[in-house]
Write a protein that binds this ligand. Structure first.
Ligand code: PRX
Length: 643
């Protein structure tokens, strides 16, 4: 047990000698070794995993396209499961904590998980699923979500996980785009004590898609609509299946999964991740950044509906052969310290969450967690948005008791795994700074012309060749979008992250924020265009603009300005607009406020000036309004906001 406080030098923190001694990595030499020849470095790492056939060439660059471990053959589930049966057959792979406090948790050993995955894989095959087919997964945080992803991977089917709190329309878009023929869902799930009828959403979501079969997990026992020959209960499907299904042979570059995320326009884009590179990165980032050793219990709070859940609540910890926790519910329900209870209950050693959750915990007051010693905790992690100094310090002191390094991990749905952070046994850790590039990666910060900027100067964060083995290989069925979003700002050899950042004199990177229309609401990625499209479905709204504004807990929240052709009560319009967003996207995207305005500020070419709307809301200086075609709109909106 690590009892000493971290070493503080100025505003930097370092791990103690004792901590370093136990850590998997404790010398910065690893960075130098990797930098000498990054391709060789990744190759060396890849060799530690099991490949059915070794690759011929480690990295192939045909800008903007690239490949990793070319010609290599593998199946990621052999590395997650079969390989662990040798030494860890009866070790717990994961513990599932249900939302209702009266319900018992469930433990899955590596052997249990292996059998469940193989059974479902066989069942999927019987339903006609073949290698390369897309399978939709619309499940809450229950064990079956992990089993489903792995069963797809076992037979080479591509999983498309859709966050269970997304609406049926959001599900529909993703199923249509991928032409999935099978959907795995559940009768319902628990959310803050209520049963949500998920099957009902799924039934609506498959309308007009090619989904022919739906597999339904019985979770809540609520009544569901049932369509014979289309709907199958999970338990009945897998009941008589064999415990073994031969792993499909996947090319290193074959697609493992597609995950949709918000892009620069209104339509979500399907980020494509491949098998080999993703596996290598997921394994080593999980193992080294969270310092996963034999006796660790790792808990990442993110839902599998997001990339963090894919990589750190499924593939990463399984590849590393660790024990991890997954949780069905909300961290503050039924009591605000539920999250702390879970840490204590299972003796969690590594806890990974988002700044929005940390700020929420903080708001409930330190008194609430006074009774927790958190003495099993070794490492704390943060992800999803910049963590402000106040939240960092609270997390460090009140949860980590100044003993636990905070790994602030920067990455994206597109990068598949963590790319920037400080390593726990090396450091340094600095409030509000994410750290340095993971060994083997090259980042730079550029000005608009592509010039590399010195320390202290803010610019665009870019990733340089050979990129990262887990970086996305495409946007599903949209090669133009792939080129335009990532490979056009600085030419086709530089990956543009869409984030701005700067370095301090030690090279530690501070992420400032996005340069596109993406807003991070409680760590969730949403674009203003996506919200405006949803609002546009309202029959009376002729025009709208959404801006992201600062929020104490959620980081950012949307605020909508709408023009209505019908004279209705503002309250009614606000309610209807929110309903529209709930219907099209889901409750996570609800705006903090909807203003009904007579007109939106526009340039002469008709471009809506969102910047002005944001400033009107925050009360900042508006600046030059001379380029506006309708400056009088500004005054009116100001009056409406003041009301
Ligand atoms: O702006 C960065 C922010 O989240 C974006 C990626 O969002 P998403 O694809 O939803 O993935 C989130 C989980 C990996 C980034 O472009 N972001 C993510 N992590 C951090 C962050 N900003 C600051 N610090 C972080 N640690």
């Amino acid at each position: 047990m690590n009892k000493s406080k971290l070493i503080k030098k100025g505003n930097l923190y370092y791990p103690t000698k004792e901590f370093k001694k136990r850590a998997l990595l404790n010398s910065s030499k690893i960075y130098l070794e990797a930098a000498k020849n990054p391709i060789k470095f990744w190759e060396k790492l890849a060799k530690e995993l099991f490949w059915q056939k070794k690759w011929k060439k480690a990295f192939l660059h045909n800008p903007p396209y690239f490949k990793w471990f070319v010609g290599g053959k593998l199946n990621i589930t052999e590395n997650c499961l079969d390989r662990n049966l040798e030494k860890k057959k009866n070790k717990v792979a994961f513990i599932w904590e249900p939302e209702p406090t009266g319900e018992r948790e469930r433990y899955f050993t590596y052997y249990d998980l292996y059998r469940e995955v193989n059974k479902l894989a066989n069942a999927l095959k019987k339903l006609g699923v073949k290698k390369g087919d897309r399978v939709g997964i619309y499940l809450p945080m229950i064990p079956e979500v992990i089993i489903s992803m792995l069963a797809c991977a076992r037979i080479g089917a591509i999983h498309v996980v859709v966050f269970s709190a997304f609406s049926s329309q959001a599900l529909n878009i993703r199923l249509q785009d991928t032409k999935a023929k099978i959907l795995i869902t559940s009768d319902g799930y628990y959310r803050r004590g209520k049963v949500i009828n998920l099957k009902q959403n799924a039934d609506k979501g498959v309308n007009g898609t090619e989904v022919k079969k739906i597999i339904v997990v019985r979770r809540t026992g609520n009544e569901v609509f049932w369509q014979k020959n289309r709907d199958f209960w999970w338990e009945e499907l897998v009941k008589n299946e064999k415990d073994f299904c031969p792993p499909a042979t996947m090319d290193s570059e074959d697609t493992l999964f597609i995950l949709y995320t918000s892009g620069s326009t209104g339509k979500p884009k399907g980020v494509v991740h491949t098998s080999g590179g993703y596996m290598v990165q997921a394994n080593f980032t999980a193992k080294w950044i969270f310092d996963l050793k034999e006796d660790d219990i790792f808990w990442s709070m993110a839902d599998v509906g997001w990339v963090t859940g894919h990589t750190y609540s499924c593939y990463g910890p399984l590849l590393a052969g660790t024990t991890f926790v997954i949780f069905e519910g909300a961290p503050d329900w039924p009591a605000p310290d539920r999250w702390a209870q879970i840490i204590e209950k299972y003796g969690v050693t590594t806890f990974y969450t988002a700044p929005t959750a940390i700020r929420m915990f903080e708001k409930y007051g330190a008194d609430l967690i006074k009774k927790y010693k958190f003495d099993t905790l070794q490492i704390l992690g943060s992800v999803g948005e910049p963590i402000d100094t106040a939240a960092w310090k609270w997390y460090f002191k009140k949860v980590g008791k100044e003993r636990c390094p905070i790994v602030d991990t920067w990455w994206q749905t597109e990068t598949g795994g963590i790319l920037i952070t400080s390593l726990p046994g090396i450091g340094p850790f600095k409030p509000a700074f994410t750290g340095i590039p993971f060994p083997g990666l090259k980042f730079d910060i550029l000005d608009d012309k592509g010039k590399s900027l010195p320390a202290g100067k803010e610019g665009n964060l870019v990733l340089l060749p050979p990129f990262a083995p887990s970086l996305l290989r495409g946007v599903y069925k949209n090669p133009k979008k792939y080129l335009k979003t990532y490979w056009s700002e600085y030419g086709n050899k530089i990956y543009f992250t869409s984030d701005t950042a700067y370095k301090d004199k030690n090279g530690l990177i501070r992420i400032v924020g996005r340069v596109d229309d993406v807003i991070k609401v409680a760590g969730h990625r949403i674009t203003t265009g996506e919200l405006e499209n949803a609002i546009a479905q309202h029959p009376d709204i002729t025009e709208s603009a959404v801006v992201g504004v600062h929020d104490e807990i959620k980081g950012e929240v949307p605020v909508a300005f709408v023009v209505s052709k019908e004279k209705k009560k503002e309250k009614d319009i606000e309610k209807e607009v929110k309903e529209e967003i709930r219907k099209v996207i889901g409750p996570i995207a609800l705006p903090k406020k909807v203003y009904v305005v007579p007109d939106l500020p526009k340039t002469r070419s008709g471009k809506i000036m969102r910047r002005i709307l944001r400033k009107l809301f925050t009360g900042e200086e508006l600046g030059d309004l001379s380029t506006l075609a309708n400056p009088e709109s500004v005054k009116k909106i100001k009056e409406i906001i003041a009301k």
